[in-house]
Write a protein that binds this ligand. Structure first.
Ligand code: SF4
Ligand code: SF4
Length: 183
């Protein structure tokens, strides 16, 4: 008798579960077949940091190697060296390394960056076998365009200098005219 009761209980449970399945058969799926498919992630999601392309430096980041992100990082996971290309007012980074194994994704480096050139990657399932797998060279994606960007920045600096000169000259001429009119 006990066995029949067990079978009846199992059958009821099975029919109940089938009912739930049938009820939701036409619903849109809420899961994806990862890793073949990936769900969209929120633009606010934090992950490993990266240098982002900026309008003022087409094809590249606008890091000026000020080291503020390196200094503020509570996990000491950023390491940067900078250099000043000839004819440029600001520095550029020569190396920019991130030890993502130590990063807590706190976002302080993004907050402090004066050129807003730090952002997050969209990679949310980073895995590796050795520590070296978590060392990121943040300049890697921009090496090919670096020379071009430095030249673009030189040109922008030359233009700004010429504008300042023209303004200074115009102001000096206006002052001289004023002085002449007063006599
Ligand atoms: S997000 Fe935080 S822990 Fe990660 S590199 Fe930036 S400052 Fe350091
Ligand atoms: S704070 Fe910004 S500009 Fe300064 S070194 Fe870091 S990424 Fe570069």
């Amino acid at each position: 008798m006990g066995r029949i009761k067990e079978i009846a209980k199992g059958a009821r449970s099975l029919i109940g579960s089938m009912g739930v399945t049938l009820k939701h058969l036409k619903d849109e799926p809420v899961t994806v077949e990862y890793p073949a498919e990936r769900a969209p992630i929120s633009p606010l999601q934090r992950n490993a940091i990266r240098l982002i392309e900026k309008e003022e430096t087409p094809g590249s980041h606008n890091c000026i190697a000020c080291l503020q992100c390196e200094k503020i990082c509570p996990s000491n996971c950023i390491s940067i060296t900078g250099y000043r290309p000839e004819g440029l007012a600001m520095k550029r980074p020569e190396t920019f390394d991130l030890n993502f194994a130590l990063c807590s994704e706190c976002g302080l480096c993004l907050d402090v960056c004066p050129t807003a050139t730090l952002g997050y990657t969209k990679v949310y399932d980073k895995a590796g076998y050795t520590r070296a797998d978590f060392f990121h060279d943040l300049l890697e994606e921009y090496r090919e365009t670096e020379e071009q960007v430095v030249e673009h920045l030189r040109e922008a600096d030359r233009r700004k200098k010429a504008e300042r000169e023209a303004k200074r000259k115009a102001e000096a001429e206006a002052k001289a005219k004023e002085a002449g009119d007063a006599q």
